[in-house]
Design a protein around this ligand. Structure first.
Ligand code: DGJ
Length: 709
């Protein structure tokens, strides 16, 4: 991190990239460069090149790092404030900066009002990801001062350099269809990606990538960003008519406002950005590395193969049924048994009982103790489903505390899935929630929680509270705090994030959970696309994926067991089918496939992931760790009965020789790279292949590919 006082310029350097910003004459912080490595002198040269305003209708400002309303600025603002006297916007005065290792703080104050904003930038030695966030403080006198209204406070704005074309890649979806990758030219307009649901959402994920329309998996410049926030959010892309593309993002959606009392500060979540010169695959691997080293709490652990009872039993859970499933799961090599919804209160359907977190006495006459003990005796860890932010109106909790939910005076309380959202921004509600979870985990030795959330916010009010929109921030922060506290007090506890499938997957939740249930859709054909999209930002080791019954409960599609397993093996597989109905043959094949996964698991969970192909007929991933390579390939359909063409690998060395660990066959690296790996797949639709390769040697002078074959 370097500072050039003459040019008032900062240069942040990653291992392969540089990011430069400077103070303009009006003391606003302006973007200079985000891309290839550069020296301070080169960046200073760039910083001089400002273009004059083309007419009296154009802004003279460059690209702001955090565009505050004020002066000739007409793009989407990152910061909107209103002072007690009605004045809006800010006029900056630079108030110094400090650099602490990889952390740069730039302090700005309003020239007239007691408002301070700190722009934070943090870089790590081992990553090109830049973390950015904002702190806004009302410096007014605590006794006699007045509040500032914050109408928008983004974490950061990002700027791509001038290109003739701009394309955005982003993830869209819905329940059962999350993480669909979409690519589109960025229009000369403002494009909003957002969630107004109080959660990250199934519908848009707070990741995007910008390129000039020519980047591919392994070539081309890509500028990508990800917001570490699990509540409502908004990212606004702005391509202006003269060709500049910027985007600003942060927590909250439009129309909310927060009041900042004298002496109070508001800190935004991190909005992280990454420049890569070599395509989307390189960008994904750089993000995966960043998530492992700087987001996840236990990145080096190996995630267990789990069993989950949901698709097998629905709400019909009881001790005997769960024990029968547990015995079968253990015999297949499952390592973690998770009992899903239906174990507590009057929860025999989705209509009642949510919020009453005591085991249902008719279903578990001696409590959870016997089941937990049996699961542990079988050599598995025990996991339990919870939905701590929600309540059925038909519950003892709601009858006792109807005011604990999000609601507004004179408005109906909209039910979705017969439930309402608890207002965890309330300290009493949050404290109660923490204490039952803490007791549950402690009393039963629970190893794993699946933390679910099955509806968005509506009527998100907080009657009687002076700043009711705070709920959009403080609810999410309370969820974070409860998780953080549980994990600190129960160091062995692992958590799976879930919100009706993939409704809450983001870098914020991942810094306090270990894996994500990314979709309720367990159909392997649909799942290929969902997993492909998820991999853009998130590493395989956090992607939970179950093998369930055929025909699939969501799509009625029939698929072979081996295909279902091979698709789930792309991440952390579990079994979610009704094992009591599986034939001896299916159970035997499942045990073999679980064992096969355990052989490839270190490479899948801890290796580098390469998306080799991703079209309708063949999708394939390669994982590489040291000398070991795993290839997973899936053909959902085989037009004309044609077999797949040889699959060109990505992460092999041309001069080395690789051996297929099942067949013993060897391949020169050059052949795998340029010609491809022949895929031995069964005929027909829903075919798949799993290949393990090991590098045998390295012959720098090259080898004769034909001889090696
Ligand atoms: C939604 C989750 O995504 C499912 O896996 C299951 O846990 C149900 N909720 C239970 O209600």
């Amino acid at each position: 991190m370097l500072y050039h006082p003459d040019h008032r310029l900062w240069l942040l350097r990653g291992p392969a990239t540089a990011y430069a910003i400077r103070l303009a004459e009006d003391d606003s912080v302006q973007h200079v460069h985000w891309g290839a490595a550069m020296t301070l002198a080169q960046a200073a040269e760039l910083a001089e090149r400002t273009s004059p305003a083309a007419s009296s209708f154009e802004s003279v400002a460059g690209a702001d790092e955090l565009a505050a309303e004020g002066g000739a600025r007409f793009g989407p603002p990152s910061l909107l404030v209103r002072f007690a006297d009605g004045t809006r916007g800010v006029q900056w005065r630079y108030a110094g900066h400090d650099i602490d290792g990889g952390h740069l703080r730039i302090h700005l104050q309003d020239r007239h009002y007691p408002l301070r904003v700190t722009l934070n930038y943090r870089v790590h030695d081992d990553s090109d990801v830049i973390e950015r966030w904002t702190i806004i403080e009302n410096l007014d006198d605590q006794a006699a001062g007045s509040a500032v209204t914050v109408l928008r406070c983004d974490s950061a704005a990002w700027t791509a350099p001038h290109r003739t074309r701009y394309r955005v890649s982003h993830l869209v979806g819905g329940w059962n269809s999350e993480f669909q990758l979409r690519q589109a030219d960025i229009p000369v307009a403002e494009t909003v990606l957002t969630s107004r649901r109080g959660m990250t959402s199934h519908h848009a994920n707070p990741w995007l990538a910008v390129d000039d329309g020519t980047a591919g998996e392994d070539h081309g410049e890509v500028w990508s960003t990800a917001l570490a926030w699990s509540g409502s959010w908004r990212v606004t892309l702005h391509r202006d008519p003269v060709g500049r593309t910027t985007w600003t993002g942060g927590f909250g959606h439009e129309g909310l406002s927060w009041s900042l009392a004298p002496g109070e500060a508001l800190e935004t979540p991190v909005f992280a950005g990454l420049y890569t010169a070599d395509g989307f695959g390189t960008a994904s691997r750089a993000w995966h590395g960043y998530v492992r080293r700087h987001v996840l709490a236990h990145p080096d652990e190996t995630r267990p193969v789990l069993y989950n009872s949901w698709e097998a039993t629905g709400f019909d859970v009881d001790e005997a049924g769960q024990m029968a499933l547990a015995a079968r799961a253990a015999s297949l090599g499952v390592e973690l048994f998770v009992m899903d919804d239906g174990w507590f209160g009057a929860r025999t359907s989705d209509r009642a009982g949510l919020g009453d977190w005591a085991p249902n006495p008719a279903r578990f006459p001696s409590g959870l103790g016997p089941l937990v003990a049996e699961v542990h005796r079988l050599g598995m860890r025990f996991g339990l489903w919870v939905e701590p932010e929600m309540v059925n109106p038909d519950s003892d909790l709601y009858r006792a505390h109807p005011d604990w939910v999000l609601h507004m005076a004179n408005r109906d309380r909209t039910e979705m899935r017969h439930q309402l959202v608890l207002n965890l921004a309330r300290p009493d509600t949050a404290e109660w929630t923490h204490s039952w979870l803490d007791r549950l985990v402690a009393d039963h030795g629970i190893d794993f929680l699946k933390w679910d959330a099955n509806r968005p916010f509506t009527e998100a009010g907080w009657p009687g509270h002076p700043d009711p929109d705070r709920v959009w921030i403080d609810h999410t922060r309370a969820v974070y705090r409860i998780m953080d506290r549980l994990r600190a007090d129960h160091p062995g506890l692992r958590i799976e994030a879930c919100a009706g499938g993939g409704g809450r997957a983001d870098l914020g939740i991942l810094s306090r959970t270990d894996q994500v249930w990314i979709s309720d859709n367990t159909d392997p054909v649909d799942r290929i696309g969902i997993q492909h999209g998820f991999s853009q930002l998130y590493p395989a080791q956090v992607m939970s994926a179950w093998v369930t019954d055929s025909p699939n409960v969501a799509t009625a599609r029939r698929t072979p067991l081996r295909f279902r397993f091979h698709v789930a093996m792309a991440g952390v597989p579990g079994i979610g089918g009704d094992l009591t109905t599986w034939s001896e043959e299916e159970l035997k094949e499942s045990a073999e496939l679980v064992a096969a996964y355990k052989r490839i698991r270190p490479v899948v969970q801890h290796g580098d992931q390469h998306r080799l192909r991703g079209d309708g007929t063949l999708t394939a991933f390669e994982y590489a760790l040291g000398d070991d390579h795993v290839v997973l390939a899936w053909c959902p359909t085989r037009p004309y009965g044609h077999g797949p063409a040889p699959l060109r690998l990505a992460a092999v060395r041309p001069e080395a020789v690789y051996q297929d660990l099942e067949t013993g066959r060897t391949y020169p690296g050059a052949v795998l790279l340029h010609f491809g790996l022949p895929l031995d797949m069964p005929r027909g639709d829903h075919a798949s292949a799993l290949v393990r390769l090991r590098r045998l040697n390295s012959t720098p002078g090259g080898i004769d590919p034909v001889a090696a074959l």
